[in-house]
Design a protein around this ligand. Structure first.
Ligand code: WT7
Length: 626
């Protein structure tokens, strides 16, 4: 573990001078079934990236078996249910190992084998983490789909990866609501042909429909024992697929490998959070997102940590739930999203002060830029000016944290993610693709591979190449802009592509437009992001309809329903403007830059609009806005 600023500087220097020996030393701390023959093989032009080539391992041996000798009775997963009156569960490493092995056998007994894709559509219960690890145990590739996604979105993801099995639940609790996951899954499966078996975990005990391929989890698990040797995996075998949105309608199934992903998530977990052996670490994300994969499940367990899984929401039963849970479980590390911080900031600080937060040592932020106000509120009211805040910049594609401070070890700076991790060669590029030296602002890019970079897009390597490696040859291009101060600290300024981060969720505007266009009355639409107090960004949809005299309230409602049905409620636009046209260039391209400015209310600053095909629509939109 990096313990001081000088150790950090030393590691960063070593990692640049000799990346292979740097990562070799780190990878050697893990349990490998057989060693690798080559540390790194890469070519960004194809692109091909391989780490620890020829090495054999199973990540679950590193997350579970390895800890049995040293700390079998330590809590691995601490589960806090949605309902505060339901008892929390403390699952020890020994018990987790046993349950993962038994679940792995249940998957095998139902036909799963190495290399199969298994879709997991479950609420935040321990069985979700167990399912993920059980897949890894047998070498099946898990594809977790966030339980807030719609049937259409779920079906698209199942079909894209030709999943043969679905793990779901009768339902899930979220605050005062119950989500009928099985019903949604049933609807999805009507348009899926590859799924041969569906195992249903019982959580809500609500009545569900039953199909010939359905089996109850609690019945199937009784039929198998808990002895399950770990499948021998190649370092480069896929560990999982996780979908993220892109600038076309189709989600991108990012593929992560076994070896490199394990090494990098474990390394970053330890160093960024400075986890000590009796700490209780809580990341509030959902396992349906990469944050949950890397920093609820794999990173913490690889380090033998106690990781908290929270089923509920910050507002239930009241807006002090986070603080109540922190006090109840004596949380030491609290890692959440700026959108949650901003939402909680609106409530009286008395809600915090009624709980004893003195156990907290480290705070974290992830998912979008954290604004100064939220940062200072977090620091003062949650951290009591006594906890370092790590602002961690990374992506589904990067697998682990790339730019951050190390808690209490490297300097923090409000609104700055600060410095790249050792081994991460972050640069700023200008529009021509030349590197900017020193202070400046530009496009963020990464020069050299790190172990947990996604290896491909499932079924579409060409798209992987085009999206991430073609705009600036020789670099990985994440799609974010950044600025850098004189000390080398990075501040992420936001997306430079057609992705909008809403409440920390990565949403492509194209799939939302596709959903809106499905409405029979809609001719064309354009969706852009605009700044929002709590969500960071919100969505504004400009919609052209066939008949301008249509009932606007009704169509707005129908459009929101269409989007919720096709993608999920998180993608519903905040504002919908029915317009007679969209500003277009003479070649017919929608001028999104203008739409973004109009949505932001920044309409004195539109630049030259005289070259537009239809400048008059700009005034029309202005009038609607005011
Ligand atoms: C995009 C990736 C990182 C896991 C959760 C989101 C934005 C993420 C930060 C941060 C500023 C951030 C970027 C990035 N983002 N963390 N600390 N500061 N922006 O993963 O859904 O793949 O989204 O989230 O724009 O590209 P994701």
């Amino acid at each position: 573990m990096i313990n001081s600023l000088s150790e950090f500087k030393h590691a960063a220097k070593q990692a640049i001078e000799n990346p292979e020996s740097f990562w070799n030393d780190i990878a050697n701390e893990f349990q490998w079934i057989s060693p690798w023959k080559q540390t790194l093989a890469f070519d960004f032009s194809t692109p091909e990236i391989k780490w620890f080539v020829g090495g054999k391992l199973n990540i679950t041996e590193n997350c579970l078996d390895r800890h049995l000798a040293t700390q079998p009775n330590k809590t691995a997963i601490l589960f806090e249910p949605n309902d505060p009156t339901e008892e929390a569960q403390h699952i020890t490493y020994k018990e987790l190992h046993s349950r993962v092995c038994q679940t792995a056998n249940m998957l095998k007994a139902n036909g799963a084998k190495k290399g199969d894709r298994i879709c997991i559509y479950m609420p935040m219960v321990p069985e979700l983490a167990i399912a993920v690890l059980a897949c890894a145990r047998i070498g099946a590739i898990h594809s977790v789909v966030f339980a807030g996604f719609s049937a259409t979105a779920l079906a698209a993801r199942i079909n894209d990866a030709s999943c043969t099995m679905l793990l779901t639940a009768d339902g899930g609790f979220r605050g005062a609501k119950t989500i009928g996951l099985k019903d949604i899954a049933d609807e999805a499966l009507q348009s899926c042909t590859t799924v041969e078996s569906c195992i249903v975990f019982q959580r809500t005990n609500k009545q569900v429909n039953w199909n010939p391929i359905d089996r109850w989890w609690h019945e199937e698990i009784e039929k198998v024992d808990d002895h399950c040797p770990a499948e021998v995996m190649d370092s480069e075998d896929p560990l999982f697929i996780l979908y993220t949105s892109g600038s076309t309608g189709k989600p991108k199934g990012m593929v992560h490998s076994c070896g490199g992903y394990m090494v990098y998530t474990a390394y970053t977990f330890q160093n960024v959070f400075q986890y000590q052996s009796n700490d209780v670490y809580w990341c509030t994300a959902d396992i349906g997102w990469i944050t949950g994969h890397s920093y609820i499940v794999y990173g913490p367990l690889a380090n033998g940590a106690t990781t908290v899984m929270f089923e509920g929401v910050p507002s239930y039963p009241d807006f002090d739930r986070f603080w109540e849970v922190c006090a109840k479980h004596k949380i030491t590390h609290f890692y959440t999203a700026p959108t949650a911080i901003r939402a909680l900031q609106k409530h009286p600080t008395a809600l915090i002060d009624k709980h004893d937060l003195s156990s907290l040592k480290v705070l974290g932020s992830v998912g979008e830029p954290i604004n100064a106000e939220a940062w200072h509120w977090y620091d003062a009211h949650v951290g009591k000016h006594n906890c370092p805040i790590v602002d961690t910049w990374w992506q589904t594609e990067t697998g682990g944290i790339l730019i951050t401070s190390l808690a209490g070890v490297t300097p923090q700076k409000p609104t700055f993610a600060t410095l790249p991790m050792p081994g991460i060669q972050a640069v700023l590029l200008n529009n021509e693709g030349d590197e900017i030296e020193g202070e400046g602002e530009g496009i963020l890019a990464i020069k050299h591979p790190w172990p947990s970079i996604a290896r491909t897009i499932w079924g579409d390597h060409e798209r992987y190449k085009n999206v991430y490696f073609s705009a600036y040859p020789g670099y990985y291009f994440p799609g974010d802009g950044a600025l850098r101060d004189a000390e080398g600290n990075f501040r992420i300024t936001g997306r430079v592509d057609d992705v909008v981060i809403v409440s920390g969720h990565n949403l492509g505007t194209a799939p939302i437009e596709n959903a809106i266009n499905q409405h029979a009355e809609v001719v064309e639409s354009a969706v852009v992001g605009f700044p929002h107090d709590i969500k960071g960004n919100a969505l504004c949809a400009y919609v052209i309809v066939k008949d301008i005299s249509i009932d606007k309230t009704l169509i707005e409602k129908e459009i929101r329903e269409e989007v919720a049905k096709t993608i999920g409620p998180i993608a519903k636009p905040d504002r919908i403007l029915v317009v007679s046209g969209l500003p277009k260039t003479r070649s017919g391209k929608i001028m999104r830059r203008i739409l973004r400015k109009l949505a932001a209310g920044d309409d004195n600053n539109l630049g030259d609009i005289s070259t537009l095909l239809n400048p008059e629509v700009v005034d029309e939109i202005r009038r609607q806005n005011s």
